[in-house]
Write a protein that binds this ligand. Structure first.
Ligand code: GDP
Ligand code: ZN
Length: 351
């Protein structure tokens, strides 16, 4: 932590403590003014007209001050039982529970160093917990764009993973962006053929290379001023792209293992970076499997927009075994991409 940050942190803490002291003083004053019953027992020999007429006991309401040390902050990192919160340019570590996600806006107590409340989320990107398929794992909250970083070679394109990200993104409420990195490795434009179905669906696609700098201006422009998530298989070049967009980050990058071309897992937890163009990027750990959270079979069909209006005889057609299925016919004629249809079938049996 820099000296400047330490100074700011001290300043916030001192301010919070002063506010707490003030609130306590105020409270004790109010309590002092409260009506209290007389301590002594009344003398039974006292005659009635000598008696002091006490006002009827009015219960004074004590207006407790709202906790003046509770501030609003933005969650920049989460870990087991804690999260790092950004507030007025200062980063504070607070206690929190598993419900707090990176990107959350929270109310937190600067004195107790504790998250008090997670504010309503605009968007939520989730997946199933890889260790417990019945649990939701929130990847990030309040994001504007989910950038699915992929490469066509080293590691090879995995369309199934793109389809899962597209579904999770649509469900999250954020916008999708398909970032094709390592285009410097392409020998022939025909290698871009596998992206056709996404182009046809109107998904925003950026072709770029962290190595040569090609397409980076377009990528930077798409992200400017937005809260974004970088997601994708490890080894596709997420860290390299971040370094290329902001060379001062000096993020470690891993080399792709030649044996399996799967890439090493260089990033182990999500981290947040601020780019000079005003973009905030949450870099997520590279993953191999992406379990869709809370997507029923009937929901799944709706995420494959190219299946719409294909004239299936049943409105609840699963497009698997039904006679006269218009989707299967369209796959047969090439009007629907076979890769997308296979992806649908795979998700149907595994999600
Ligand atoms: P991450 O796991 O997604 O963060 O991937 P890294 O950024 O660590 O990159 C994995 C490997 O791919 C590294 O060896 C990078 O040097 C390499 N790499 C990244 N971007 C490019 C690119 O545009 N072209 C080429 N040829 N290699 C790249
Ligand atoms: Zn059908």
């Amino acid at each position: 932590m820099s000296r400047e940050e330490r100074k700011l942190r001290k300043h916030i803490e001192a301010h919070a403590k002063r506010e707490l002291l003030k609130a306590n003083k105020h409270l004790s004053k109010m309590r002092a003014n409260e009506w209290k019953p007389p301590r002594e027992k009344p003398d039974p020999r006292r005659i009635a007209d000598d008696e002091e007429i006490l006002p009827p006991p009015v219960k004074k309401k004590i207006h407790t001050q709202p906790d003046a040390t509770v501030l609003t902050g933005f969650v920049a990192e989460t870990g087991a039982g804690f999260c790092d919160i950004l507030c007025a340019g200062v980063r504070l570590r607070c206690r929190s529970n598993a419900e707090v996600a990176i990107g959350d806006q929270v109310l937190f107590s600067a004195v107790r160093r504790r998250v008090e409340e997670v504010l309503p989320r605009r968007t939520v990107l989730s997946r199933t917990d890889p260790h417990n398929p019945r649990m939701e794992r929130v990847i990030a909250a309040n994001i504007d764009i989910v950038v699915n970083v992929v490469s066509l070679k080293t590691p090879p394109l995995r369309p199934g993973l793109i389809d899962r990200y597209l579904i999770a993104t649509a469900k999250s409420g954020a916008q999708p962006l398909l970032c094709i990195n390592k285009i410097d490795l392409l020998a022939d434009p025909s290698e871009l053929e596998s992206l056709r179905p996404y182009e046809a669906l109107g998904i925003a696609i950026v072709l770029c290379s962290a190595a040569t700098g090609s397409g980076l201006a377009e990528l930077g422009q798409a992200l400017a001023g937005k809260l974004c998530v970088f997601a994708g298989h490890s080894g596709v070049g997420k860290s390299s792209l971040l370094n290329a967009l902001h060379p001062e980050l000096h993020l470690a990058t891993g080399s792709v293992s030649a044996a399996n071309e799967k890439g090493r897992h260089t990033t182990t937890s999500s981290a947040l970076y601020q780019l000079p163009n005003g973009a905030t990027v949450i870099d997520t750990p590279g993953i191999r499997e992406f379990g869709l959270w809370d997507v029923s079979h009937s929901d799944l069909r709706r995420y494959f927009h190219e299946f719409d209006g294909r004239g299936c005889p049943f409105s609840d057609c699963t497009h698997t075994h039904e006679p006269g299925c218009g989707v299967k016919a369209a796959v047969g004629s090439g009007a629907i991409s076979d890769a997308r249809y296979q992806s649908y079938l795979r998700i149907l049996t595994t999600a």
